[in-house]
Design a protein around this ligand. Structure first.
Ligand code: IVH
Length: 698
């Protein structure tokens, strides 16, 4: 619809409008410009809704939209029928059947700070004539919106948002979402037909698992859970949709065919109704408060807890609770007047791609890493981003000097969303891939079916160092105080040459190095020694067997009593395990047939590293059977969740709080009220982390 040249011009004009927005606000309005502003907004609506490839942030779009609204208000005679303020965005392209929503799916007005909310509340109070309004505050789920129609208690049809009027029919796909009931007793509320709105998401841990799997397979991951949820709804293979573990929150009823006094009168009661009928509504996540001050308090509190939630939210939605009042407020052509979104700080930002470094990983894979102009995204300064492989660079059409859009969602590593081709000025240069290993100089190799170039010199210094770094890392053997910097330093000084070398480290020599006092040396020694008893799945993951991520490592660990049992398994037997396909099985098989690998494992065992499945063993001994535990404060050597697993693996139980039923309170640093409470109960034994570790089998 818009060609390259038009895009370039419109984007340039957008920048001009945005940069002069403050000046314009205080300047006299020039009528000639209003149509240009409309063109710009139409263009960005097309980018957002049709191409799903926006060029500006929501905030920037809103500022332009508000400006147009302001102009039109000042001069109502200039409002045209097809102004973006007078309609919902039109014209989606895709190959799903198109269906019309019973009620248009409008978007929400956005707010970004307390002042915006105060302003909105003031207008709402004026409109209602009330001194104070009751609001419902709930998360703004960051996924893909859906609309579902139930007829006579049965899910009849569901659709994507589309352009707001017409969407894609995706009933079969929503039937795969476990939290969407296929039947619900709406008849108990006297409802024959109902249209419900909600958001489909992938929770953070499923998203991470899915992305890890893609990365293990050398496929570039999704930039954020929203993209993968939206993408998953448009897959034609329902079995694959089901495997993606989608979830849905239902938060709005847009249409009910017939009224009945059994039906809810408030939004919060509507959420209760949905919940009672088996839907996942945000009943537990929402709060009802009176007055805007409490709303502001709530949204700020939620923003602080944003990262603790299992799914992504990009803000909060504030809704007038009384449904009759909602009706009285009504809608503009763009959004309801009874609700407003409060957007959290953006986790997207634009930057410049300055250069590309090529890093060699533990499997010899050469990964291009983009060095970018430092930029703050969601509170973290980003200066480099993995750009995965040669194909990815081509797919995203990345060039040196490009302006790029980056995103960091939650605990996910930053990703390049796109490059702005329309902003190129001729100074861009192609990214050249090396032919030789940047570390050892060997010729690089790429099997035809793979996307990744590799250095196949197994003794390449980069690979050895990366293997050790991976082995000691947090998710693997978690040897604290043995971070990346120490591994590199020890390797350079010849103090460590391979993974078993960790357990033969010459502490006397380390003690002579700068920065190693007695305390840090003691910590290092204790951490290395404790790691010998890490659960088997951590060791397996730490070995860095290709395609074996944390999930597969756990499957493998549960399968044997001793790691070396794998030397007896055939590829077919390995394939029978959950999550283990042909490629993964072949890789595991090869690993355990390799003489050097076996020698390394034997050496680790000689040095005291447990190759046993301790869980299976202790289940027989039940060392802590009948004993109850609780952890408080920050532990220094164990992860809290691991420590709890250890208790359970050894037959003990974790309690939820301090009570006379508790046998052991394990106290870490900065322990608080639990410790105080436990001190008052004579029978509770208060022990340190070291004491706890000593209780476990060696
Ligand atoms: S209410 C008529 N509630 O945010 C208004 N929307 O930017 C109905 N969204 O299109 C929407 N969480 O897809 C509502 N708790 C929530 C929401 C929510 C996410 C989405 C929705 C909407 C978009 C607006």
């Amino acid at each position: 619809m818009y060609d390259k040249e038009q895009t370039k011009i419109l984007q340039k004009q957008t920048t001009e409008w945005l940069t002069s927005i403050n000046a314009i606000n205080s300047k006299e309005f020039i009528p000639g410009n209003i149509e240009s502003l409309r063109d710009i907004l139409r263009f960005h609506e097309n980018r957002y809704y049709v191409q799903t490839d926006p060029l500006i942030s929501d905030y920037e779009y809103d500022s332009l939209y508000k400006l147009l609204e302001k102009f039109e208000k000042e001069e109502p005679s200039l409002v045209t029928e097809n102004s973006p303020t007078q309609r919902v965005g039109k014209g989606l392209v895709s190959n799903f059947p198109k269906v019309q929503h019973l009620v248009p799916m409008l978007s929400l007005e956005n707010s970004y700070n307390a002042a915006d909310l105060l302003d909105w509340d003031r207008k709402a109070r004026e409109l209602s004539g009330l001194p104070e309004i009751e609001y419902c505050v709930e998360p703004k789920f960051d996924g893909a919106s859906i609309s579902m129609i139930y007829d006579n208690n049965h899910l009849n049809r569901s659709a994507t948002r589309g352009d707001g009027v017409v969407g894609d029919e995706i009933t079969l796909n929503t039937r795969q979402i476990k939290s969407v009931p296929l039947t619900a007793k709406f008849s108990e509320y006297g409802i024959e037909q109902i249209e419900i709105r909600g958001e489909v998401l992938i929770n953070k841990s499923n998203f991470k698992k899915y992305n890890d799997k893609l990365i293990e397979e050398g496929i570039p991951p999704f930039a954020n859970p929203r993209n993968s949820a939206a993408g998953s709804l448009r897959i034609k293979d329902t079995a694959e949709v089901s495997r993606r573990n989608l979830e849905a929150f239902l938060y709005h009823v847009s249409y009910i065919s017939n009224t009945d006094d059994r039906q809810p009168q408030t939004h919060s009661a509507m959420l209760d109704m949905l919940w009672n009928l088996g839907f996942r509504s945000p009943k537990k996540e929402m709060v009802v408060v009176k007055g805007i001050d409490k709303v502001i308090q709530q949204v700020e509190e939620f923003e602080g807890r944003r990262d603790e939630l299992p799914y992504e939210i990009d803000g909060m939605v504030v809704k007038v609770n009384d449904l009759q009042l909602q009706d009285r407020f009504g809608m503009t052509s763009h959004h309801p007047r009874w609700a407003i979104a409060f957007k959290f700080k953006a986790r997207q930002a634009t930057s410049k791609l300055l250069s590309v470094e090529f890093q060699v990983g533990r499997t010899g894979a050469v990964t291009p890493v983009a060095k970018i102009a430092a930029v703050l995204v969601g509170g973290v300064t980003v200066t480099s981003i993995s750009i995965h492989n040669e194909e990815y660079i081509k797919e995203k059409n990345l060039m040196l000097n490009d302006t790029i859009l980056i995103e960091r969602s939650g605990d996910v590593i930053p990703q390049i969303v796109k490059s702005f081709e329309e902003l190129r000025d001729g100074n861009e240069k192609p990214i050249q891939f090396p032919t030789h290993c940047p570390v050892c100089g060997d010729l690089l190799f790429k099997p035809e079916e793979e996307a990744v170039w590799r250095c196949i010199n197994i003794n390449c210094a980069a690979q050895v160092v990366e293997r050790i770094i991976h082995f000691v890392s947090k998710d693997a053997m978690d040897i604290k105080s043995f971070g990346e910097a120490n591994v590199r330093k020890f390797y350079e000084l010849g103090l460590i040459k391979d993974v078993p070398g960790i357990y033969e480290l010459d502490f006397e020599a380390v003690g002579k190095l700068d920065g190693f006092g007695k305390k840090s040396l003691d910590n290092l020694q204790a951490a290395i020694s404790n790691s010998k008893m890490q659960p088997l799945h951590r060791l397996i993951y730490g070995l860095g067997i290709r395609y074996v991520g944390e999930t597969t490592a756990k499957t493998l660990a549960n399968f044997v009593n001793h790691l070396l049992e794998f030397t007896n398994y055939s590829e077919e037997q390995l394939q029978a395990l959950e999550d283990v396909g042909i490629k993964v099985a072949a890789s595991i098989y090869r690993f355990f047939k390799d003489a050097e690998n076996l020698a390394m494992l034997q050496k680790l065992e000689q040095l005291g590293v447990s190759l046993k499945n301790q869980k299976k063993q202790v289940a027989i001994n039940d060392l802590l059977a009948g004993q109850t535990f609780l952890f408080t404060g920050t532990l220094s050597q164990l992860k809290r969740t691991d420590a709890e697993t250890m208790v359970e693996e050894n037959g003990g139980k974790i309690l939820g709080g301090v009570s006379s039923k508790l046998n052991y309170l394990v106290v870490g640093d900065d322990a608080g009220s639990k410790l105080e409470k436990a001190k008052k109960i004579q029978t509770i034994k208060i022990i340190s982390e070291e004491d706890f570790i000593k209780m476990l089998p060696t």
